[in-house]
Design a protein around this ligand. Structure first.
Ligand SMILES: Nc1ncnc2c1ncn2[C@@H]1O[C@H](COP(=O)(O)OP(=O)(O)OP(=O)(O)O)[C@@H](O)[C@H]1O
Ligand SMILES: [Mg+2]
Length: 301
C-alpha cells in the first residue's frame, strides 16, 4: 500500500487536567490525506479538532505519534503549511496589507517589492478587501474583516497544505458564500491539499471530498471517513437536489446527534485507531441500504 501524502500515525495528545492528573484528548489517532484532497473534519466543541490542526501545522508537539508530509516528519512550522486560525491571529502592529506581504516576502524572497504588493493586494481583493481598508490596522477592522485578512494571508502564500480552523465562522452568510467560492477556485487551480475544521454540515458537504467525523472527548476518535459522492462543480442551490445529498447529510446529523456520544471515551489499548470508510451512493441501483436511523429529510441539528 502506498503511503498517503499526509500521514497521521498514532497521534496521542494528553494535557494536564488542572487537578494534578491528566486528560487524554485523543489516543492513537491514525488517518491519511491524499495530495490535492479537500478534507473537512466535524466534531463537537472540545473534542480536539484544533489540537490536531496545530500538530499538523507543526505548532504543537503531540504527546506521542508522528505526522509525515510527503514522507518527511513534520516538526516546527513551515511555509509549505498555511494556517487560518480560529482566532485569526493577525500581527496587530502591521497594516492589513503588511500582514499579507509579510508572508509573501518570506515565501518569494526574489520578488520585487512591487510584485509582492501586487500579489498581496490581489488576494485581499479576492476576499473583498480593497482600497483604503488595506492600510488599516487589525484593531480598526471588524471581526469578519479580520477573518478575511487571515484567509487572504494564507491563500497568498500558496502553501502546499492549507489548514483552516473554522475560517468562515465570523462571516455573514453572503460573504461566507463568496469566500467559499474563492476557496474552491484557489484550490481547483492548484495542487493544494486542504484540511478544514467546520461546525457547518452543509458547508462541509459543499466543499469536501471527504468528511472526517470525530467522537466526543476525552479519548475522542476520528471514527468515520465519509466520502462525498456528489460530483463537482457543486452549486450551493442545486446540490440539495442531488440524490445523495440528504442521505449523506442525515448520516452526519445522526453521527453528531447520537453516535458521537455513544462511541465516546473508548480507549485505544495501544492500537492504531483508523476511521471506518463510509460511502453512501443512492445513484446506483445496488446501493447499500440506508444507514441505520437515517431519514431522507432534512432534520434540525
Ligand atoms: N494547552 C492546553 N492545555 C490543556 N488543555 C488543553 C490545551 N489545549 C486544548 N486543551 C483541551 O483539549 C481539548 C480539545 O481542545 P481543542 O481546542 O482541540 O477542541 P476543538 O475540537 O477545537 O473545540 P472547538 O470546536 O470548541 O474549537 C479541550 O478539552 C481543551 O480544553
Ligand atoms: Mg477549535
Amino acid at each position: 500500500m502506498t503511503r498517503p501524502y499526509l500521514s497521521i500515525e498514532q497521534l496521542t495528545q494528553r494535557f494536564p487536567d488542572g487537578q494534578g492528573g491528566e486528560m487524554t484528548v485523543f489516543e492513537d489517532a491514525s488517518f491519511g490525506i491524499e495530495k490535492g484532497e479537500f478534507v473537512c473534519i466535524l466534531g463537537h466543541s472540545g473534542c480536539g479538532k484544533s489540537t490536531i490542526m496545530n500538530i499538523l501545522a507543526g505548532l504543537a508537539e503531540p504527546t506521542s505519534g508522528v505526522v509525515k508530509m510527503d514522507g518527511f516528519e513534520v516538526s516546527g512550522p513551515s511555509l509549505d503549511r498555511g494556517v487560518v486560525f480560529q482566532n485569526y491571529s493577525l500581527l496587530p502592529w502591521l497594516s492589513t496589507l503588511k500582514n499579507v506581504t509579510f508572508g509573501v516576502k518570506a515565501r518569494y524572497p526574489s520578488w520585487s517589492r512591487a510584485k509582492v504588493e501586487e500579489h498581496a493586494r490581489a488576494y485581499l481583493a479576492k476576499v473583498g478587501l480593497e482600497g483604503d481598508v488595506v492600510h488599516r490596522k487589525p484593531s480598526q477592522l471588524s471581526g469578519g474583516m479580520r477573518q478575511r485578512v487571515s484567509i487572504a494571508r494564507a491563500f497568498a502564500n500558496q502553501p502546499k497544505l492549507l489548514l483552516l480552523d473554522e475560517p468562515f465562522g465570523a462571516l455573514d452568510a453572503l460573504t461566507r458564500g463568496t469566500i467559499q467560492d474563492e476557496l474552491i477556485k484557489v484550490w481547483g487551480d492548484t495542487e493544494q491539499t486542504v484540511f478544514m475544521i467546520t461546525h457547518d454540515i452543509d458547508e462541509a458537504i459543499l466543499l469536501a471530498d471527504r468528511i472526517l467525523l470525530m467522537t466526543n472527548g476525552p479519548f475522542a476518535r476520528v471514527a468515520e471517513s465519509v466520502e462525498i459522492t456528489i460530483p463537482r462543480p457543486r452549486n450551493r442551490t442545486q446540490i440539495v437536489e442531488h440524490p445523495n445529498y440528504y442521505a449523506i447529510r442525515n448520516h452526519l446529523v445522526q453521527f453528531l446527534g447520537h453516535r458521537s456520544k455513544e462511541l465516546a471515551g473508548q480507549q485505544s489499548g495501544g492500537a492504531a485507531q483508523s476511521p471506518e470508510p463510509v460511502r453512501i451512493d443512492k445513484t446506483k441501483p445496488d446501493a447499500d441500504p440506508e444507514p441505520e436511523g437515517a431519514r431522507l429529510r432534512a432534520v434540525n441539528e
